[in-house]
Design a protein around this ligand. Structure first.
Ligand SMILES: [Zn+2]
Length: 271
């Protein structure tokens, strides 16, 4: 079954609506140059780059209500289905990803063991399980209630929801994980500023997004309706740093670690 077919058909009959990006979330410029066009089944995914800062964005993209509808329906089909076997597989996959993030953080000299690790977009909780096995306290949230229920049944402290699930963390997090989240959110500023407020003064933010210069992400499904932004290390760094963080280290995977920028007080940046 053609993956883009459902989105294409529903767009034709107006169930999914599309809108152009009005301004760059990074620099507020409103001029974009065509970057590239990708096939997603019968659907054309068009990317444009900001004429001022170079951030690459999908435009036009699904409107926010359409994106919500997409995540509640066709996105699941695209991700490979539902059911117990799928959930167990995703949890295992998450644990392997978590172990790989733990190793990478160790290589950067980042200390997190014994601390509170929070993951936004934790899916089934496999990544957090890897951190729990390293002696961390872990909390997470995800918009998929089904995924959260799976991890919670395995003793993980997970909540269904997005940013609104954050205040449940009574204390600031020592490490916040945003793994394959930033490219999905319509308003990265708002998300990053909330993460900044939830992070301990000496805490660390880990960001991972599919990198445009990473050969492994140059696959068929990279350009897709759910991916609103397309990053290099440089543009990812710019987006995160503009919202109260300072870059520590990173690569073109893209993986990056950031600390709170003491010069940029929480809530000081414009929303
Ligand atoms: Zn820009």
């Amino acid at each position: 079954m053609n993956e883009g077919l459902a989105v294409f058909a529903k767009s034709l009959i107006g169930l999914y609506r599309w809108e152009p990006l009005r301004s760059c979330p990074n620099c507020e410029a409103d001029r974009f140059a065509p970057h590239s066009t990708h096939r997603f089944g019968p659907l054309a995914i068009r990317l444009r780059s900001c004429g001022s800062c170079g951030l690459v964005a999908q435009s036009p993209r699904l409107t926010e209500p359409s994106l919500r509808r997409f995540y509640a329906s066709d996105y699941h089909a695209h991700q490979g289905g539902r059911g117990a076997a799928h959930a167990a597989g995703q949890f295992e996959r998450g644990m392997r990803r978590g172990a790989y993030i733990v190793r990478w953080l160790d290589e950067q000299g980042i200390r997190f063991r014994g601390g509170l690790v929070f993951e936004l977009g934790c899916s089934y909780g496999g990544v957090l399980e890897a951190f729990r096995r390293e002696g961390c306290r872990v909390q997470g949230c995800d918009v998929s209630a089904e995924a959260v229920a799976y991890g919670a049944a395995r003793g993980l402290d997970l909540a269904a929801g997005s940013l609104e699930a954050l205040p449940r963390a009574e204390q600031p997090a020592d490490l916040i994980l945003l793994s394959h989240v930033l490219e999905h959110v319509a308003d990265p500023q708002r998300l990053l500023q909330r993460m900044r407020a939830a992070l301990a003064p000496r805490g660390v933010l880990y960001v991972e997004v599919p990198g445009m210069r990473n050969p492994r992400t140059q696959q068929r499904r990279y350009a897709q309706p759910a991916h609103l932004w397309y990053f290099t290390l440089e543009t990812a760094r710019r987006v995160v740093e503009a919202n109260g963080f300072r870059f520590m280290s990173g690569n073109e995977v893209v993986q990056g670690v950031f600390c709170p920028d003491a010069e940029a007080p929480v809530g000081a940046s414009t929303t």
